[in-house]
Design a protein around this ligand. Structure first.
Ligand code: DC
Length: 239
């Protein structure tokens, strides 16, 4: 495990934040399958903070445009935003979740079709601006744990605590296959690692750690250990 404390994160005073907010913001970023969302949700549960998964909005926008027009060569920022008009973020017990036209869409946004096309939608600047506004509006005035790729750099540059989770791509592939609960062969791990490396390159532009983020390499950590570290860092930052 490698963990480095970069300057500024623990000793920052509230006065140094350019944006005054009421709530405490924990921004967790990292590449695909680094465990961000499940870790963020568990941290939120432990601390009593709500969780927002910003990737779920890129996925919801992708599901919306796929419903309207399955040919990605026709997609533009305008078309995606128009298709996404019925999307909202709704608070539930531990997390916000996206709904479309009043209906939950969790299964649809986690499906293979959405996963295949979401990187393209996430490159669209006006879609990014729309997601960022939705996330900021949901977070306003609350204690919150947000996860994504650019939470600590673009969306909440003055977040109280910034974490960047990394893990070896083969380990991420193995975890993803394990989650599916089916027997796993070496070839499946090799294929999934390749898919994860491809997703990393598609998302590379926006997946950059903030200069004041705490880097946590989770390759040899359990999820419980990751959660504990972030909770401990939060306690230290708050006190
Ligand atoms: O974390 P995820 O796999 O659910 O993210 C889905 C897609 O959205 C992925 O292509 C990365 C992109 N994304 C992004 O560009 N910025 C974010 N803040 C969150 C996700």
């Amino acid at each position: 495990m490698r963990r480095c404390f970069l300057p500024g994160i623990l000793e920052r005073s509230p006065q140094s934040d350019p944006v005054k907010r009421k709530g405490f913001v924990i921004a967790i970023d990292g590449p695909a399958a680094s465990g961000k969302s499940s870790t963020a949700q568990m941290v939120g549960e432990k601390l009593g903070y709500l969780h927002i998964d910003s990737g779920s909005l890129y996925r919801a926008a992708t599901a919306a445009i796929l419903r309207r027009d399955p040919d990605p060569s026709h997609w533009s920022d305008d078309a995606v935003l128009e298709a996404s008009r019925g999307i909202e973020l709704r608070p539930a017990r531990t997390s916000f979740y996206p709904a479309m036209d009043g209906q939950g869409i969790e299964d649809e946004i986690r499906g293979a079709d959405v996963t295949r096309h979401v990187s393209r939608v996430a490159q669209m600047p006006r879609v990014r601006a729309w997601v960022n506004e939705m996330v900021r509006a949901a977070a306003a005035g609350r204690d919150i744990v947000v996860d994504g790729r650019d939470m600590g750099t673009v969306v909440f540059p003055s977040a109280d605590l910034k974490i960047f989770l990394t893990a070896d791509s083969r380990e991420r592939a193995t975890r993803r296959l394990r989650q599916r609960g089916t027997p796993t062969s070496e070839q499946m791990i090799v294929d999934e690692t390749k898919r994860i490396n491809e997703r990393d390159s598609r998302d590379a532009r926006q997946t950059v750690p903030a200069s004041d983020a705490v880097l946590i390499d989770t390759t040899s950590l359990t999820q419980q250990e990751q959660v504990e570290r972030i909770v401990t860092l939060t306690d230290r930052t708050r006190s």
